[in-house]
Design a protein around this ligand. Structure first.
Ligand SMILES: [Zn+2]
Length: 227
């Protein structure tokens, strides 16, 4: 992985600067993927789509923020020549990096509202879902252990999944699988199996069979897709 310069953007509400890391190159070595669709690739990190301003606490989409400059943080010249560093405005140097929203922040952002269309609402609801599943990702992947340690979902997390079900399009093979996974994690195993009774394109057949298998075992826990 080779980092690129930090982009400097400004909050559309209060113009507080924030830094966004970039990559010159990366790879997916060691990447891990789960049945809820989340992938963690430590060698190919991605900036968030939406964040919360550290200055005014407004939520904003990075695509709607103005780029005002960049900081070549990893350039050798930066460290060899202090004048290069000093030419960068102090506000930029002190700016915080953008961060992912927490589960509660994603749900709060939906209520603000900051989602301008269904795609953005789905994005926020999926991020809230992923965040609620995160405590399960570091646990033992042993099947029995996972089922025993599955935590009950909060009311907010359950409501979020119910709303997500309404937004997903069953005619799209990918969204159909996501919907089946949501149903499985809600414990609606027969509904999940019913949705997976579908002629999926070959690239989705493997994960569809995996989720169907967990649903048949009445296992509601997010699972790592082991390669
Ligand atoms: Zn702001």
């Amino acid at each position: 992985m080779r980092p690129g310069p930090d982009k400097v953007i400004e909050c559309p509400h209060c113009r507080t600067p924030a830094r966004v890391f970039t990559l010159f190159s990366g790879n997916t070595c060691g990447a891990r993927t789960w049945t809820d669709g989340k992938t963690i690739a430590l060698m190919l990190p991605q900036p968030p789509f939406i964040t919360k301003c550290s200055g005014c606490n407004h939520y904003f989409w990075l695509s709607e923020a103005k780029v005002i400059g960049e900081i070549p943080v990893w350039e050798p010249e930066m460290w060899l020549n202090p004048r290069t560093w000093r030419r960068i405005p102090g506000k930029w140097r002190a700016a915080k990096h953008v961060r992912e929203l927490s589960e509660m922040e994603s749900l709060e952002a939906i209520g603000v509202p900051v989602a301008h269309n269904i795609e953005q609402e789905v994005h926020l609801r999926v991020r809230a879902w992923w965040a609620s599943n995160d405590p399960m990702r570091s646990r033992d992947q042993c099947e029995g252990a996972q089922i025993q340690t599955a935590s009950p979902r909060s009311l907010e997390a359950t409501m979020n999944l119910e709303h997500l079900l309404e937004l997903l399009d069953e005619s799209d093979p990918y969204e159909r699988i996501v919907k089946a996974e949501v149903l499985r994690e809600l414990g609606r195993f027969d509904d999940a199996i019913g949705l997976l009774d579908f002629n999926f394109p070959s690239e989705y057949a493997g994960v569809a069979a995996l989720i169907r298998g967990f649903a048949k075992k009445k296992d509601p826990v997010v699972r790592e897709i082991l390669k």
